[in-house]
Ligand binder design. Structure first.
Ligand SMILES: [Zn+2]
Length: 56
């Protein structure tokens, strides 16, 4: 089911990309996380926002 509303699409893309990825285990963590929820290390990176967006 395609999302037709461009505003909703933007929100969805933001939600999908606004997360932190653990460097060691690759787990997704919430933006508010300071440590990985899986392996508890502090090496978190932001998901690359430019790579994930293909079509707008
Ligand atoms: Zn981890």
């Amino acid at each position: 089911m395609p999302v037709t509303d461009p505003e909703k699409k933007q929100i969805a893309q933001k939600a999908r990309l606004h997360m932190k990825i653990c460097f060691t285990c690759g787990a997704r963590n919430p933006m508010s996380a300071t440590r990985c929820r899986k392996c508890h290390n502090g090496y978190l990176r932001l998901k690359n926002k430019t790579l994930g967006i293909k079509k707008t």
